[in-house]
Design a protein around this ligand. Structure first.
Ligand SMILES: *[C@@H]1O[C@H](CO)[C@@H](O)[C@H](O)[C@H]1NC(C)=O
Ligand SMILES: *[C@@H]1O[C@H](CO)[C@@H](O)[C@H](O)[C@H]1NC(C)=O
Ligand SMILES: *[C@@H]1O[C@H](CO)[C@@H](O)[C@H](O)[C@H]1NC(C)=O
Length: 277
C-alpha cells in the first residue's frame, strides 16, 4: 500500500514538471513584452511556489519512503523472526517426536521385560510346585518303604523240574514251599528267581542236590556274584549248601546259576530267603 503511494506521488511529480516546462517555453513573437515579462515573472513566482511545494512533497515522500523502508525492514525482520520461530518450532516438534518415539520404544521394551519376568515367575512357581509335589511323593515313598522294611519276609522256593543245567544257566526255583510277606507269587513261579519287594537285610541260602564231577554253582545279586560253591569232585550224587547275607533294596534280583553242566534234582534243591532286619 505504501509502495503504491510512493509510485503515485512520483508520477504526480513528473506530470507537474512537464506542465512547468511547457509554461516556461517563451514565444518570441509576443507584442506586449512588459506584459509578457510580468506574466513570466508571475509564472516564475508561481513556479517557485510550485517547486517549493514540490520540494516539500518530495521531502515528505522521502520521509514516507524512509518510513516505508523502515517498516518494510521491520516487517522483513518480523517475517524472518517468524520464519526462524517456525524453524525452531519445527525442530522442537521434530525433537519431541524423536523423544516420543524413543519413549515408545522404551515402553515397549519395558512391557516385554515385564512379560518375560511374569513368565519366569510363573515358570519358577511351576518348578516350586513340582518340587513340592516331588517332595511329597518322595516323602510318601519313603514312608511306604519304611513300612515295607518293617514287614517280615521269608520264602523257601525249590526246583520243580529234574534235569541238566548248563554253565551260566539260571537254576529256577519255581515251586514255593513256604512263604511269609511275598506279594507277587506269579513273579517267582514264572521266573524262578527272587525279586526284592521289601528293603532290608536278608539271609540267603541255596541248597543244590545234583550229580556230576566238579559240579559248581553261584549266588548273584543283580548279576554280581556273592558266592561260589563246588559240590563234589567225583561222579556221585552230592549236595552243596551256600549261605550269604545281603542288604537288599526294592527290585534287587537274587539268582542262582550253574557254573558247569550237571544234573540237578528237585525235591532237595531249594533256596531259602529270610529278611532278618
Ligand atoms: C533445525 O534443525 C536443523 C537440522 O538439525 C538445523 O540445521 C537448524 O539450524 C535448526 N534450526 C533451528 C532454528 O534450530
Ligand atoms: C510368555 O508366555 C506366553 C504364554 O506362554 C507366551 O505367549 C509369550 O510369548 C511369553 N513371552 C515371553 C516374552 O517369553
Ligand atoms: C508280578 O510280577 C510279574 C513279573 O515280574 C509282573 O509282570 C506283574 O506285573 C507283577 N504283578 C504285580 C501285581 O506286581
Amino acid at each position: 500500500m505504501l509502495h503504491t503511494n510512493v509510485v503515485l506521488s512520483a508520477c504526480l511529480l513528473c506530470s507537474l514538471f512537464l506542465q512547468i516546462s511547457a509554461q516556461l517555453t517563451v514565444t518570441p513573437n509576443h507584442p506586449d513584452l512588459h506584459g509578457e515579462f510580468l506574466a513570466i515573472k508571475k509564472q516564475q513566482h508561481e513556479t517557485l511556489q510550485l517547486l517549493t511545494t514540490l520540494q516539500q512533497t518530495v521531502t515528505a515522500l522521502q520521509t514516507q519512503v524512509k518510513a516505508v523502508s523502515v517498516k518494510t525492514f521491520i516487517l522483513d525482520s518480523n517475517e524472518r523472526v517468524r520464519t526462524n520461530a517456525i524453524d525452531v518450532l519445527y525442530n522442537k516438534t521434530f525433537e519431541t517426536e524423536k523423544v516420543l518415539t524413543s519413549l515408545e520404544v522404551q515402553t515397549q521394551q519395558l512391557k516385554e521385560q515385564l512379560e518375560l519376568n511374569r513368565n519366569e515367575t510363573s515358570a519358577h512357581e511351576a518348578t516350586l510346585q513340582e518340587i513340592t509335589r516331588t517332595g511329597i511323593v518322595t516323602h510318601e515313598t519313603q514312608n511306604k518303604q519304611i513300612a515295607l522294611s518293617q514287614e517280615r519276609v521269608a520264602v523257601t522256593m525249590c526246583v520243580a523240574v529234574d534235569g541238566d543245567r548248563h554253565s551260566r544257566q539260571i537254576i529256577k526255583f519255581d515251586e514255593i514251599r513256604f512263604h511269609i510277606g511275598i506279594i507277587n507269587f506269579s513273579a517267582i513261579r514264572s521266573s524262578g528267581v527272587f525279586t526284592t519287594e521289601k528293603p532290608g537285610l536278608y539271609h540267603i541260602s541255596a541248597v543244590i542236590n545234583g550229580r556230576k564231577a566238579n559240579a559248581q554253582f553261584s549266588i548273584h545279586v543283580n548279576g554280581n556274584t556273592l558266592s561260589t560253591l563246588r559240590m563234589s569232585s567225583d561222579e556221585f550224587i552230592a549236595t552243596g549248601t551256600s549261605v550269604v547275607v545281603a542288604e537288599l533294596q526294592i527290585g534287587d534280583v537274587i539268582t542262582v546259576t550253574a557254573d558247569s553242566t550237571f544234573q540237578v534234582y528237585t525235591h532237595w534243591s531249594c533256596m531259602t530267603i529270610v529278611k532278618i532286619d
